[in-house]
Ligand binder design. Sequence first.
Ligand SMILES: NC(=O)c1ccc[n+]([C@@H]2O[C@H](COP(=O)([O-])OP(=O)(O)OC[C@H]3O[C@@H](n4cnc5c(N)ncnc54)[C@H](O)[C@@H]3O)[C@@H](O)[C@H]2O)c1
Length: 326
Amino acid sequence: MTILVTGGAGYIGSAMVERLRAEGMDVVVVDNLSRGHRDAVPSEVPLLVGDVSDEAFVSSVFAEREIQAVFHFAAESLVGESMENPGKYFRNNVGGVLTLLQAMSAQGVRRFVLSSTAATYGDPDTVPIVETAPNAPTNPYGQSKIMCEQLLRWFGEIHGIRWTALRYFNAAGATASCGEDHDPETHLIPLALDAAYGRRGALKVFGNDYPTPDGTCVRDYIHIADLAEAHLLALRYLETEEFGIFNLGNGKGFSVLEVLDVAGRVAGKPVPFEHAPRRPGDPPTLVASSEKARKVLGWEPKYATLESIVESAVRWSESHPNGYEK
Ligand SMILES: NC(=O)c1ccc[n+]([C@@H]2O[C@H](COP(=O)([O-])OP(=O)(O)OC[C@H]3O[C@@H](n4cnc5c(N)ncnc54)[C@H](O)[C@@H]3O)[C@@H](O)[C@H]2O)c1
């Protein structure tokens, strides 16, 4: 079976490629390398450099390869940028899914797994968040992913494409060969490690007056290897089912200050930080209920503690002090 992994040169997509190869599956990567790294894709894996919104390119990918399923990671995912440039998010994220679904429909490819996000829920009334909570995004990024899910629904109904939308909470951690190397980096754990190792100045903690135990935002961190495992289970689920939406998180929330404390202890150096004003659009608490994924998919995250997630990020950071080869 050949799986197309879009965004396979990126952070989570590269861990997916690694996992699929470990399962003995054939993989093809499509990535425009706007944010990904050529070096994140093993040399034996075909890397087709192109844009998922490019109809001619995407059609040729499906026409020339026997692809059975698509894992779609390729997207823009910076919340702040989406508030400044919403068009980029709708064009890239929604346009990319539409182009892929059209090409899949034409070629009779029937299985699609979308990287969706907790940002679809906005600032929820109740935590832990269940999948039936209202969609109320507070930024164009979250809205663009809801629109992708809506496209899936119609292509499912009309063209018989089976799909799952996996709503990740905060992806974190690293495998031996795949880790986090974004530019700009906006994710807390790599920023904290960079600050601890003196690769950047004091980390800014945005807001300390939220209605949380220590006043800083609370998030749910999930390891990229556990996300990859969930994709395999989602693919198996689609052998018998037509669609499904699943939250993927650990079900435990950690405040920014708790993460900095764990990062400092694991790195063996305290994380220097300073308080800064709140950022617009940051909900105080986002914690998943992943009961549905556990019950229906049989998913069981292996990296259940924040320490184990941070330890894996530290190992990768030590072996890749400058990230991937540029
Ligand atoms: N990282 C998280 O915490 C998180 C949380 C929720 C959801 N997600 C979703 O997971 C997916 C992967 O996230 P990530 O952190 O690995 O991001 P990433 O930026 O590291 O990877 C995305 C990859 O997609 C590629 N790409 C972007 N637009 C493209 C296009 N139009 N055509 C071809 N390639 C394109 C980039 O070059 C990059 O390699 C995204 O869809 C994101 O929205 C991520």
